[in-house]
Design a protein around this ligand. Structure first.
Ligand SMILES: [Zn+2]
Ligand SMILES: [Zn+2]
Length: 369
């Protein structure tokens, strides 16, 4: 099968053996896979990962001991837990010390034609949810996790710091609570996606301070990915406020910890979330995701011609590395429409096998509502 392979901070397209499922696992043909910031961090050395990256996907089960799963369109939780340790027995499989993590730690990821995952990790996608929506289930679940951890009342002041894919999804989920929500970001075109749905946004350049009053927020969700986002979030919080930390900073931010003590701030680390609510939000059309996809294209010479779109530069770099090392046979195959890449300003989505003429999914500039 074809797969993107990451080693020594380089991504190449390779022909690799198809993965064989272990007992309790299903083999899944990937229909669509999203490139996430985490992939870019992995490429930069995060987790020392070598192998097939990718963890956001929608696919079709081709092999499983559960006959009712075979042929189903599924999404999958990324933590494959041991199922027997103390944490697993307490329902904390996401924190199992023996776990592997799809495309991140100890388990080949989804930027490939086939993957394996435990049957228990799979969730069948309702027919009403398109592939282009289902591929966002994993990050949308991560957004839902905030509501599992923090009780947000409609009267609360809530800020989201960061306007990447996760920040936008968190904002869209929190907006459903009716809270007084403000999103602070650095990218006008991404903030626009939220402003169009009536969410208050604020553009803040590096080095600037938010125009929101200090000590305004009851809850701040920090999704910026930049250590400076921590200070922005901290400044906005009321005493006894809650800082939900989504960013996994590559560098350690320098934090004035005594300030957290004096103001009695609660810091909540927040990572993966529940898939079923995320699928419900998608199927009921309560959270829109497809406007986060920019374009869908074949994994071919077309990829090398992709335009730099401001903030998508790092994403472009990821694929350009992959594309430049494409073997000629893969380029030929792609020309026949057997492979595709879809690309986003906030998310990049790739189809290991797309229909003959890959559709343009949407374009954020100019956005359509
Ligand atoms: Zn991700
Ligand atoms: Zn375990």
């Amino acid at each position: 099968m074809r797969a993107l392979y990451l080693a020594n901070r380089r991504v190449t397209l390779q022909h690799l053996p198809e993965p064989q499922p272990s007992p309790g696992e299903a083999r899944i043909r990937v229909r669509l896979t999203g490139i996430c910031d985490t992939d870019l961090h992995l490429k930069a050395g995060y987790m020392d990962f070598e192998g097939i990256p990718g963890h956001e996907f929608v696919g079709e089960v081709v092999e499983s001991r559960h006959a009712d799963l075979v042929g189903q369109r599924v999404v999958g939780e990324i933590n494959a837990a041991c199922g027997t340790c103390d944490f697993c027995r307490r329902g904390l499989g996401r924190h199992c010390p023996e776990r592997t993590v799809l495309g991140i730690f100890g388990r080949a990821g989804t930027h490939a034609e086939y993957i394996t995952l435990p049957d228990a990790n799979l969730h069948v996608v309702p027919d009403t949810v398109a592939d282009e929506e289902a591929v966002f289930t994993e990050p949308l679940a991560a957004a839902c996790e905030v509501l599992e951890q923090v009780h947000i009342e409609p009267g609360m002041h809530v800020a989201v710091v960061g306007d990447g894919k996760l920040g936008i999804l968190v904002a869209r989920v929190l907006a459903l609570t009716g809270c007084d929500l403000h999103v602070i970001g650095r990218h006008a075109h991404k903030l626009n996606l939220l402003a169009r749905q009536g969410i208050a946004t604020e553009h803040m350049s590096p080095g600037e301070e938010s125009r929101l009053p200090a000590r305004w927020a009851d809850v701040v969700v920090e999704c910026s990915g930049h250590p400076s986002g921590f200070e922005t979030a901290r400044r906005l919080l009321k005493p006894r406020g809650t800082l939900v930390l989504k960013s996994t900073y590559r560098e350690s931010p320098s934090i004035y910890l005594a300030g957290l003590v004096v103001d009695e701030i609660t810091v909540v680390g927040s990572r993966c979330g529940p898939f079923e609510p995320a699928l419900r939000l998608l199927s009921r059309r309560l959270v829109r995701v497809t406007d986060l996809i920019d374009e869908q294209m074949g994994l071919s010479a077309r990829c090398t011609g992709i335009r730099t779109r401001g903030t998508a530069r790092s994403v472009e770099n990821f694929a350009r590395t992959a594309t430049l090392s494409l073997p000629q046979e893969a380029i030929n195959a792609a020309a026949e429409g057997s492979q595709g890449l879809a690309w986003g300003a906030a998310a990049v989505t790739m189809c290991p096998s797309v229909p003959r003429s890959p559709a343009i999914v949407s374009s954020p500039s100019p956005p359509t509502s």
